[in-house]
Design a protein around this ligand. Structure first.
Ligand code: AMP
Length: 550
């Protein structure tokens, strides 16, 4: 027997309508190329989203057409999130930090018809324009006065584009399974792969992520998404904030700039911020040097790569903020787990609590999770057994967009292999030990590079650290530590290695240390071990040993 409830499709349009009826006056603060501090409300942006939808309809946008953005976090990008998806189009957020050939590949693969760009990226597009034959028009995200001089003929400012179009755009009634957004994820081999989100999955993800034991988003919050809107939809913050009616503070092009982030947090009384560890390490170091504390910050959601316990401790001790360690993937919309301490663990001794807090957290409702061995059999949730992490749920991609062949990450039972290796403990806390391609196998046993990196970053003289496997005649592989010392700090190879002695198993201690001035990062802010391994391979024989004495 079926139930007798009403049909009400779960669409992003419904989120927008809810916000218009219930929190139209809630503020959005943005840093943009043409305004250092722009202020508007949800009511304003949804009205302008209607104008944008009208302008796209005038150009002949058909349902499912892809509209690309190459843009930072600000109110115009938010208008695109809603204006494009709610009018039946697919918003394709492109990561401007990708290599040019990757941008060309994904824009052509997606068959983008229009591209909305931040003024700063226009010169890049100028040089790529001839390789993007399907693109019909380029719209610069500014007013007329801030469009850079260009030799391109099909360029118009966003403000001119939406001016004068229908303010009362009639939003179509969409099926909740309608595609809403597209995001490409780049693996280490092969072309980037497209993840095609839908209205329903986006709304379900927004519900689940706003819950108190997930990101905890409410109308009392001022949210600062430092994670870019081109990185897995800024972890869903632009939808969860609209659902809950939270104030949004958007850092625009300044999202890697510690003084601006500090100033935004303090002046706008931000209490929740989201971003990758690299951003927080930079901001924490800046605050330390400038002797500043962030007085309004309550919760910091850290994900994208493992959050070192030292970061959790510094936020707590210096700024009075608690870290919510989160894990997910572009393929997962992206949230999978969030770390919040279970009440039964709150009384744990400090050292023990810190050990639990380093874990990536428990599955949020909607995500099923298991670890499997080489034979595909599920492994014990004992917090020690490592296995390949698999997930399934309604906001996890079931196949890639326009994939040439079936994905080998999906199995017959609908589980998706994440490519991460993890443990799960009896309380349900999952801990990533490595990407499967980064694991270090020494004498047949796995060593967690993340554990070693977290330990290294706990040293007061270390700004950032990475651990990679190097071939070893006896043990097959051994860990090599690569360290960026903090500005002005001095540390020797011997001191660094001694730091590990009482913190990890003896056979895990890296064999050597290389000191460098910076580590290579990927377009989404993770340490790029592929590039790092290439760089290390170019060091002459013996250089690894000498490098530490630089
Ligand atoms: P992306 O799709 O670019 O967001 O990358 C997803 C991958 O980032 C995951 O499969 C993990 O390898 C890694 N990742 C994300 N969050 C974390 C985290 N909290 N700790 C460790 N790795 C993470």
């Amino acid at each position: 027997m079926l139930g007798l409830m009403m049909e009400a499709p779960l669409t992003i349009t419904a989120l927008m309508r809810h916000a218009l009826s219930n929190h139209a006056d809630v503020e959005i603060v943005s840093v943009t190329a043409d305004a250092p501090r722009h202020r508007c409300t949800y009511g304003d942006i949804f009205r302008r989203a209607g104008q944008l939808a009208g302008a796209l309809a005038d150009l002949g946008m058909r349902p499912g057409d892809r509209v690309a953005t190459l843009a930072w976090n600000d109110y115009r990008h938010l208008e695109l999130y809603y204006g494009v998806s709610c009018s039946g189009g697919v918003l394709h957020t492109i990561n401007p930090r990708l290599f040019e050939e990757q941008i060309v590949y994904i824009a052509n693969h997606a068959e983008d018809r229009w591209l909305f760009v931040d003024p700063a990226f226009l010169p890049r597009i100028e040089s790529l324009r001839d390789e993007l034959p399907r693109l019909e028009r380029i719209i610069v995200l500014s007013d007329d006065a801030h469009v850079p001089a260009t030799r391109l003929s099909d360029v118009v400012s966003y403000e001119a584009f939406i001016a004068g179009t229908d303010r009362d755009f009639r939003w179509p009634d969409l099926d909740e399974r309608t595609a809403s957004a597209l995001c490409y994820t780049s693996g280490t081999t092969g072309h980037p792969k497209g993840v095609l989100y839908e209205h329903r999955s986006t709304v379900l993800h927004a519900f689940a992520s706003a819950l108190p034991d997930a990101l905890h988003v409410s109308m009392r919050d001022a949210l600062l998404p430092v994670v870019p809107m081109f990185h897995a939809n800024a972890w869903g913050a632009p939808y969860a904030a609209v659902l809950a009616g939270a104030r949004l503070v958007m850092p625009g092009p300044k999202l890697g700039d510690a003084p601006t982030l500090y100033e935004l947090i303090e002046n706008e009384r931000v209490n929740v911020a989201l971003g990758v560890p690299t951003v927080w390490l930079g901001l924490l170091d800046w605050c330390e040097r400038e002797r500043r504390t962030m007085t309004s910050l309550e919760r910091v959601v850290v994900g994208g790569s493992a959050c070192p316990p030292a970061v959790i401790e510094r936020f707590r001790a210096v700024h009075g903020a608690s870290v919510r360690h989160a894990w997910g993937m572009t393929e997962m919309s992206p949230l999978g787990t969030v770390h919040v301490l279970r009440p039964s663990l709150e009384q744990l001794p400090e050292a023990e609590r810190a050990r639990v807090e380093a874990k990536q957290g428990r599955a949020i409702f909607g995500v099923e999770m298991k670890i499997v061995g080489d034979d595909g059999e599920a492994l014990a949730h004992d917090g020690r057994t490592f296995g390949v992490l698999k997930v399934r749920g309604p906001w996890i991609c079931r196949e890639y967009y326009k994939a040439e062949r079936a994905s080998d990450a999906h199995d017959a039972d609908g589980w998706f292999a994440t490519g991460d290796v993890a443990t799960i403990d009896a309380d349900g806390y999952m801990q990533i030990t490595d990407r499967s391609k980064d694991v270090i196998k020494s004498g047949g046993e796995w060593i967690s590079s993340i554990d070693l990196e977290n330990t290294a970053v706990g040293h007061p003289a270390v700004a950032e650290a990475a651990v990679v496997a190097v071939p070893d005649p006896k043990w097959q592989e051994r860990p090599l530590l690569v360290v960026v010392p903090k500005a002005g700090a001095e540390i020797s190879r011997e001191e660094m290695l001694a730091w590990f002695e009482d913190k990890v198993a003896k056979w895990w201690i890296p064999d050597d240390v290389v000191f460098v001035t910076e580590l290579p990062h990927t377009a989404t802010g993770k340490i790029s071990k592929v590039v790092l391994r290439e760089q290390l391979a170019t060091l002459p024989v013996g250089e690894v040993e000498r490098a530490d004495r630089r």
